[in-house]
Design a protein around this ligand. Structure first.
Ligand SMILES: *Cc1c(COP(=O)(O)O)cnc(C)c1O
Length: 543
């Protein structure tokens, strides 16, 4: 398979190059040059997968990964190993994901597709547990196995931790993560600042996610940085969803979830479903678009935003305008005004017109906006529904779903649920089964979830009762190694006590880990200097 760049369609590179480079030199994103050669999942094949007696996320992953690489390359065994390592005991459910019916069976229309059973309790693990293996395989394919790679990551919270966890102590790799000082949850911050590994760097930035993302993208193209890196024998890559290798592993769970729905007799093979995705950088929902290109029967892709509702406006008006106030919300992983992966969608929708893409994205850079024509807007609107949910509705949704169904969702998933209900109200489409993609475990945003259910969390003095076993119920959908909360008073503990729902062991453990990084924020202008220090090995790791 060949890949090209959204900003220069004359480029043609292998999948290995897209993964090792992360982003194309002229600033474009790598995309499959021809969508018609993507692997196919026909209705018959989907039905066959559902009828197989064993369930195997890994097999579906292989059926997708292998053709995206190259059949001719004899890397079958290596790829199988790499998939086996990525999706094994590090996911706390045998099925890797979990599909939960959100209403009574019989009249159920929506299912939470839980993608957060990996080590960091957010969906980023789905791709970032696989990317390190794919990257070392790619380096070997390019005969650059001995080369040092520096991975730069801009994060709104979840990517950073998942990338650190995936790449920690990976041979030949160094990784630096930049997160917005004020833009992540306490848990997200703690997860990053306690990160283990000898090859990891973590920095807070004075600014928002877009500032981090822009500075990192600029670092990739900075001539001084590139010269120093080349002199030091260091190549850059990205673990953000601008990297194709971060994106395509996300196709797997859409196909897999569809197969699970058939197996549960919720649908028949060939029935169309809706997929509702809480969206930030547009990577997750774009993976669903690629799944459709591979044959997945889908009626609507529902793009759910929080108060940073640029995408909602774009889908409804055809105008992308980032000149607006940046809102810091309770769903921080979606606090984004420049959704990078939209560029890939537009490239495909224009039939690969990189000239047009350059015009739009130059305009976005200089004036902060661009507009597509009505014909293209209509084409996008046929497949995509755009909606958004404000802070108060996010909280109300968490509460009403928990009170009515006993299902505890995080703030991002709640945005998805609300927008799906708006979609149903607006269109009357109650019958199409809908996957609501659940992107994080509720305890990752424990303060906000607690507040939604019980009012603002106020720590209390520990009482004697706290020392006793809080006698939590075994409610619901817990993983085998979920634990009782430690006896200390924080939002995680109290949320678990009051809901009776256990929290993931990995999140409970973070509270007792050594803090390795200071979290002292650098100015966004200092990011370049910081990257240079890492390249030359003069950075000192703050402890
Ligand atoms: C990253 C993230 C999102 C947004 O996903 P995109 O692929 O950037 O659209 C939504 N929810 C959570 C919890 C996330 O970590």
């Amino acid at each position: 398979m060949n890949y090209t760049s959204t900003r220069d369609s004359s480029i043609s590179v292998s999948v290995a190059e897209t993964i090792v480079k992360g982003i194309s030199e002229e600033g474009g994103l790598f995309v499959p040059a021809n969508l018609s050669v993507l692997p196919k999942f026909s209705v018959a094949k989907l039905a066959r997968l559902a009828a197989e007696s064993y369930h195997s996320y890994q097999n579906i992953a292989f059926d997708i990964f292998f053709p995206l690489f190259d059949f001719a390359l004899h890397i079958e065994d290596e790829l199988r190993n790499s998939i086996g390592n990525a999706y094994s005991a590090n996911f706390k459910t045998g099925d890797v994901t979990r599909l939960v019916a959100l209403e009574d069976t019989g009249k159920c229309a929506s299912y939470a597709l839980e993608l957060w059973h990996g080590p960091t309790a957010a969906f980023k693990d789905m791709a970032l547990q696989a990317l390190p293996g794919l990257m070392s395989l790619s380096k070997i394919m390019l005969k650059r196995g001995g080369e040092k790679t520096l991975i730069l990551v801009a994060t709104s919270g979840d990517t950073g931790k998942a990338a650190l966890e995936g790449f920690k102590d990976a041979p030949g790799i160094e990784i630096a993560v930049f997160y917005p000082e004020e833009g992540v949850s306490d848990m997200q911050k703690l997860q990053m600042l306690t990160q283990e590994g000898a090859n990891v760097h973590v920095f807070a930035v004075k600014g928002n996610f877009d500032d981090c993302q822009t500075a990192v993208k600029e670092a990739f193209a900075d001539s001084e940085i590139l010269a120093k890196a080349s002199a030091a024998g260091v190549a850059f890559s990205s673990a953000n969803s601008i990297n194709w290798g971060r994106l395509f592993p996300q196709i797997v769970y859409y196909i897999d979830a569809y197969v699970q729905l058939i197996r549960r007799s919720a649908i028949k093979a060939g029935d169309k479903i809706n997929i509702c995705v809480p969206t930030g950088n547009f990577g997750n929902i774009l993976a669903a678009y690629y799944a459709i290109q591979m044959g997945l029967p889908v009626n609507k892709l529902i793009c759910a935003s929080n108060s940073n509702n640029v995408l909602t406006d774009f889908i409804n008006t055809g105008i992308y305008n980032r000149n607006r106030e940046f809102c810091t919300t309770v769903s921080p992983s979606m606090d984004i005004l420049v959704s990078s992966n939209l560029e890939r969608l537009l490239f495909h929708f224009t039939g690969g017109d990189s000239t047009q893409i350059n015009k739009w994205f130059d305009s976005l850079k200089t004036s902060g906006e661009f507009e597509i024509d009505n014909k293209l807007k209509a084409k996008i609107g046929k497949l995509f529904y755009g909606g958004w949910c404000d802070e108060s509705d996010t909280a109300k949704t968490i509460k009403s779903v928990f009170m009515n169904n006993g299902y505890l969702m995080d703030t991002h998933t709640a945005v998805g649920h609300k927008v799906w209900r708006d979609y149903v109200k607006e269109t009357g489409d109650i019958r199409t089964k809908t996957l609501i993609v659940s992107t994080a475990n509720a305890y990752k945003f424990a303060d906000s979830v607690y507040e939604a259910l019980y009012g603002k969390f106020i720590p209390r003095m520990p009482s004697y009762d706290d020392m006793l076993n809080p006698n939590l119920s075994n409610f619901g959908m817990r993983d085998d190694d979920d634990v009782l909360p430690a006896v200390s008073d924080d939002a995680l503990t109290r949320l678990s006590e009051r809901t009776g729902i256990r929290l993931p062991a990995s999140l409970a453990a973070v509270r007792n880990k050594e803090v390795r990084f200071s979290g002292k924020a650098v100015a966004k202008e200092q990011i370049k200097e910081t990257v240079l220090k890492i390249i030359t090995g003069t950075i000192y790791k703050e402890r």
